[in-house]
Design a protein around this ligand. Sequence first.
Ligand code: MRU
Length: 344
Amino acid sequence: MSFDTMRFTEKGLELLDQRVLPAREEYLLLETGEEVARAIEDMVVRGAPAIGVTAAMGVAVELERVADDEIDDALVRVCERLRNTRPTAVNLAWALDLVEREIGALRGKAGAGEIRRAARALAERLHAEDIEICRAIGDAGSPLVPESARLLTHCNAGALATAGYGTALGVVRSAARDGRLLRVLASETRPFLQGARLTAWELARDDIPVVLVTDSMGASLMRRGEVDLVVVGADRIAANGDVANKIGTYALALAAHAHELPFYVAAPLSTVDLDTPSGDEIPIEQRASEEVLTLAGVRIAPEGVDALHPAFDVTPAELVTAIITEAGVVQPPYGPALARLKGA
Ligand code: MRU
């Protein structure tokens, strides 16, 4: 991979600005926790694992900045602020819970310098672990990909949505390495165009054949026999196996089911939330209607018309053929299997 989704530099945290890809490859320097929180809200960085890792890095950046006697309060404040940036991806809360547990435990016991070093080390650890986890997901999923497969994916669950390698695109990368992939069909993913701008960019960069399709083509392509399987990522998997992912995922799952095609979800175990019993309880982020009403900054709907913008949908567990995790491929019924893998 010849880019970093996020990286520490001497000055602070740098994020590859996903709002301007593929036109420009620009890194944005963030020097405060507040700047990191805004970057997550504005989708400079997006994708469930990526925002979890970025949030942990944001805590480290904030603690670096504040005075020694403010460090305890700053930890509480910055975790709270980051936690409230995007509600659906549980990896964000998962990473911040870990930060609060591990760094919070040092309060009153360690000096400010030690707390700062521990926060930085934890963020670096989560970053490195995320890449390893994605590789394991990719390798676990590769055998599910048939010879010369035409694989449909939605949104971007790639290196740009993680610390590197990707989840759904981790499966793609491993299958391509193993010589079984013919091409990826990437749905463009209105309104942020993660598929058109990000998935297409990172796969083309890796010389993995990718063809762009619009969000409305999936069912018809399946009917015409032009899709062999669907692999997507997840923002949160409920205890019963219901999956929240980018809006449009549910429609692809229904279409795959109707055409008897496998529909796989690739995600780390940190995306599994046993505290959320089913998809009905997953909070769905509602983003600004402006993002739907405009395209590349140009208004495409008449003035005075509003738009709906739920950013995610829920695919019921019964439409999911299997869930691909770093601990292996999980088959239905998901409830007991996910609980066992999470050690509950
Ligand atoms: O709004 P986004 O771009 O953050 O949504 C991203 C997705 O829906 C991804 O599929 C999901 O986070 C998994 S990323 C490995």
